[in-house]
Design a protein around this ligand. Structure first.
Ligand code: ADP
Length: 363
């Protein structure tokens, strides 16, 4: 895919001192538990941090080394890459790393060993590819409409790019869809190109569970590590208003994640939870080998028929893993000791080093 070839990365890894690996990441998103987990597994840690954003890392004392940059995207600068390689760094990607560094730069310029599967990041970023992974795996997803004329029940309308749900809307008929698109264009919120790419899917009325899995490529196992639900602005504030007032206020809710709540799901739903994680793991192995190495997340809605329906995936550590920086009920069941997602990643790297199989989990 990109210019960075696995052979070149493995050559760099060959030159690393495996007794002195540093686990590094960009200072944002899920970096606190990535670095704390790495420390707990005995690694040195480094953070690439935007100037002025050091405070949480210093106060929580999770980083041994700081590489301070003017802007997050400077992580792809040659000098920064050089510093990282000099400390035998394995970089753990997360949502902000991909967003700030830029997908093309990660694929074409970032010549530093990374944990996981570099190629899969594009598959979660592009809605068609993401859907292909889910369809190939036969995972239950919201019904998709190819044409607004076919709208026959409430639908959720989404637009290209990660917008945190900004501008997404709900409609119940073709007329309502057309009206809302026209209003958004009038207000300058939507251009013709994005409007033409409107993604229309069945509105799933249900409860949100974001399920955090870890696929170990070393052991070929899928673990459920934890779950969260999102606390989204403005929708979660909006629903605290009495219905009468909601009707009076011309507010279009957005779904911008501002935080997360830990969650557990009904025990009787766990077979579905494991089954869908296994299915996605298998389809990812087929479509973008070696697959979903490491953390991934399935964002789901559970309806009143108790069906778990997946509307989005992350193919790297998801922000909701911050709800279990110590442990989740599920990771405790598996490990019987504190196990965050960050620590699980570090454990996989440690196992890879001990078994001489790092090449299976580094990209
Ligand atoms: P983004 O990735 O741009 O943030 P998402 O696809 O995660 O957007 O959707 C944002 C929010 O919209 C979700 O957290 C969920 O609350 C809601 N949502 C998304 N898809 C559906 C759907 N099909 N039915 C009902 N609600 C949905």
């Amino acid at each position: 895919m990109g210019n960075i070839k696995k052979e070149d990365i493995l050559e760099i890894l060959d030159g690393y001192d495996k007794e002195n690996i540093t686990i590094a990441t960009l200072g944002s998103h899920t970096s606190l538990h990535i670095l704390k987990g790495a420390k707990d597994e005995g690694f040195r840690t480094a953070i690439v941090c935007e100037k002025g954003r050091e405070v949480p890392y210093q106060r929580f004392n999770v980083a041994d080394e700081y590489i301070i940059v003017d802007e997050f995207k400077d992580i792809v600068n040659e000098e920064v890459q050089e510093q990282l390689r000099a400390m035998n760094a394995i970089v753990v990607p997360h949502g902000s790393f991909v967003a700030y560094a830029g997908l093309e730069n990660v694929e074409d310029k970032f010549n530093v060993p990374m944990f996981g599967n570099r190629d899969i990041l594009r598959w979660e970023a592009e809605r068609d590819k993401e859907r292909q992974l889910l369809v190939e795996g036969n995972v239950r997803i919201p019904f998709k409409y190819d044409n607004p004329e076919e709208i026959d029940r409430p639908v959720m309308v989404k637009f290209p790019g990660a917008r945190g749900g900004r501008g997404y809307f709900v409609a119940s008929s073709t007329e309502e869809f057309n009206e809302k698109i026209a209003t958004m264009k009038e207000r300058g919120w939507l251009d013709d190109e994005d409007a033409a790419q409107a993604h229309i899917e069945e509105y799933v009325s249900g409860c949100n569970y974001c399920i955090h899995y870890f696929y170990s490529a070393l052991d070929d196992t899928v673990e459920v590590m934890g779950m969260d639900t999102r606390y989204e602005s403005s929708i979660d504030g909006f629903v605290r208003m009495p219905a009468k007032d909601q009707l009076d206020i011309p507010l279009t809710p957005s779904y911008v994640v501002t935080g997360n709540h830990p969650a557990v799901i009904r025990e009787s739903l766990l077979p579905q939870v494991f089954e869908m994680g296994d299915k996605l793991t298998e389809s990812a192995k087929k479509l973008v080998a070696p697959g979903l190495n490491g953390p991934f997340c399935m964002q789901t809605l559970v309806n009143d028929n108790l069906e778990v329906i997946c509307f989005e995936i992350s193919a790297r550590t998801d922000g909701g893993t911050n709800t279990f920086m110590d442990s989740s009920p599920y990771s405790f069941l598996t490990y019987g000791k504190p196990m965050s997602m960050g620590r699980r990643i570090a454990l996989e790297i440690k196992n890879g080093i001990e078994r001489g199989e790092l090449e299976k989990i580094i990209t």
